[in-house]
Design a binder for this molecule. Structure first.
Ligand code: UTP
Ligand code: MN
Length: 585
């Protein structure tokens, strides 16, 4: 048996959008993501994945579940296998069956996340002790405050320093975490030695890897953690966790190339920068970033390499953009990077550059006209030929239209001709809108189920005695209330996924799913109003029910009389049945 609390931790640690994305191409649709359903044959997407509720649902065939369920259904994995697969990706170790473990306590450091956290703490402590490392950071203009914010550390020189940090230096988790390397003769040594350490954290703040910079000249300048179950370079961005406040305030995210760029920008008050980790910008990066903000600005060096990197970023952004989002490109003067620029010219000058970033559409057209001469027929033909695969990727209908119109102009043809040439079909309106309109009226327990799924805190405010015993959804609701009471750490993001897990293969699971599904299309409903309204109604109905019950009784005990008086006082004008008038009232 895998313990329930482990499943809860697991479901809180994974992101169902990422899990599904590994197998399907998802498109953003409002707060959710959609795709053509992998579980039945269809041409328009009815398969929805909810990041805020951590579950999926197909409006076409009804398939639904949490991340565990998706892997089981999609990959045909067994239950335990699916959990192990997810746990591996999240850096968790599935606790052994009782039968296997013989009550042995779990090996210390079996959790990669713990190992990385402990290493980060060690590097941070070592930074305090190294005057040379501190002097280096100061020379680069960093304050202790910014170093602390990014948890910057120092890996001292020496081959086996981590031996003093971990009780078992031979543990497999250390290799898996990428902290040590075994050489051919089996001798183990620390990967990072005499380097400034930049911990890479995931969006939830957990350390998943490191970048280490040499202090003086040396090769390689930056050494990064290898890819591990926790760390995939093409998915992660340095600084995203630290940027979460500033990006909201600024309403944009800046993508730069280096660790030091992110840190130096933050030091100068530009806190909304993130960096790719020595790789090109991937569609996953863009997707991840556009989930956080409506405006992305890519910032590259002004040289050829910078332009090439920018073009890659453009190519990998096209499919991710919606009409509500925009991307721009900022090219720095030759020889500058964001770190040197902001330190020399300050925040205001840097933000002035951002304000003049080239919109993606302009960059696209400029590059195409540079690659194919629009002054000749052949050049225009080639330009359209180069544009076609790019335009095909654009999912944003208005942006696609603008660009096609512009290309038709440049190409000297009509829009209809261009659309014909590009094989553009008319966009159909989403079926989900129709589904929302057909949403049935909810019972009171369904309303509460849904409210509690939005705000698990509400669970404590529900007096179970007022629930409607004839409502078919009431057992699911009380089951969910039990679950929340027993697991104080459940949050709004995981509560549906955990509940589905808890009630797997029971009728309650179907009820929970039904309630959770409604959260998929109804983003506008006011949880507090709905919750309070429902509780108010239930109280009234309960009061009526209970008073009727008491009135039926031939006589009332003193306690029942008290209760009746209490109920009565909630609405003036009713009389006490079958009991002596109470003189004291
Ligand atoms: P840069 O060489 O532009 O470094 O590499 P930088 O950020 O300006 O660093 P400083 O200012 O000299 O400290 C940009 C990014 O490319 C990756 C790192 O992610 C780095 O931040 N890189 C670079 C490596 O992974 N390995 C390297 O050897 C060099
Ligand atoms: Mn630099």
């Amino acid at each position: 048996m895998i313990p329930d609390d482990f499943k809860q931790t697991l479901l809180a640690r994974v992101d169902i959008v990422e899990v599904v994305e590994r197998h399907l191409r998802l498109k953003k649709a409002g707060a959710n993501f959609v795709a053509c359903c992998p579980f039945h044959n269809e041409k328009t997407p009815s398969f929805s994945v909810s990041p805020s509720k951590q579950f999926y649902h197909c409006f076409g065939c009804g398939a639904h579940g949490n991340a565990i369920g998706f892997l089981m259904e999609f990959s045909g994995m067994g239950y335990v296998e699916a959990i192990k697969e997810l746990a591996g990706g999240a850096g968790l170790t599935v606790p052994n069956d009782r039968s296997e473990s013989h009550g042995r306590p779990q090996e210390p450091g079996a959790d990669l996340g713990d190992v990385l956290l402990r290493a980060a703490q060690y590097y941070k402590d070592e930074l305090k002790r190294s005057e040379r490392a501190i002097a280096y950071l100061k020379r680069r203009g960093l304050t202790g405050e910014i170093a602390a914010r990014f948890q910057i550390g120092y890996a001292p020189d020496g081959w086996q320093n981590l031996e003093s940090v971990f009780p078992d230096y031979r543990a497999k988790a250390l290799t898996e975490a990428g902290l040590v390397i075994d050489n051919d003769s089996g001798k183990r040594y620390d990967r990072f030695r005499d380097r400034i350490m930049f911990p890479i954290v995931n969006p939830r703040g957990a350390v998943i890897g490191f970048g280490g910079r040499v202090l003086d000249a040396g090769e390689p300048k930056y050494l990064n953690s290898p890819e591990t179950p926790l760390f995939e370079k093409g998915r992660e961005l340095y600084g995203l966790f630290q940027a979460r406040g500033a990006l909201r305030e600024a309403g944009r995210l800046l993508v730069v190339e280096g660790y030091m760029d992110v840190v130096a920008l933050a030091q100068s008050g530009v806190g909304y920068a993130v960096a790719t980790l020595g790789t090109a910008t991937t569609p996953t990066h863009v997707q991840k970033l556009l989930r956080q903000t409506d405006e992305l600005v890519f910032c590259f060096d002004g040289d050829d390499a910078g332009r090439r990197a920018a073009w890659r970023a453009l190519e990998n952004s096209l499919a991710q953009l919606t009409d509500a989002k925009r991307a721009g490109f900022l090219f720095l003067p030759q020889g500058e990077d964001p770190d040197t620029y902001v330190r020399a010219h300050g925040k205001a000058a840097f933000e002035a550059l951002i304000a003049e970033a080239v919109p993606l559409s302009t960059f696209l057209i400029n590059e195409l006209t540079a690659r194919a001469d629009p002054r000749t027929e052949e050049g225009r033909a080639r330009l359209l030929h180069l544009a076609k695969p790019l335009i095909e990727q654009i999912g944003a209908p208005a942006l696609g239209l603008m660009l096609r119109r512009r290309l038709a102009e440049i190409g000297g043809i009509g829009l209809a001709e261009l659309d014909e040439l590009f094989g553009v079909k008319r966009v159909k309106t989403s079926r989900l809108v129709g589904m929302a309109q057909r949403a049935a009226v909810l019972t009171s327990s369904e309303v509460l189920l849904r409210a509690v799924m939005f705000k698990p805190d509400y669970a404590a405010a529900i007096d179970r005695s007022i629930l409607d015993p004839s409502d078919l959804a009431t057992p699911a609701l009380t089951g969910l209330l039990d679950l929340i009471e027993a697991s104080p750490n459940l949050d709004a993001r995981t509560v549906a996924a955990v509940a589905l897990e808890q009630f797997r293969d029971t009728v309650n699971a179907a009820r929970v799913n039904a309630a959770a599904t409604r959260t998929l299309w109804d983003e506008s409903f006011d949880v507090t109003a709905e919750f309070e309204g429902c509780i108010g109604q239930l109280r009234q109905r309960y009061r009526q029910r209970r008073m009727d019950e008491l009135r039926q009784k031939p006589s009332l005990s003193a306690e029942e009389q008290g209760e009746y008086r209490q109920l009565l006082s909630q609405r003036p004008g009713a009389k006490m049945p079958n009991s002596e008038p109470v003189s004291s009232v």
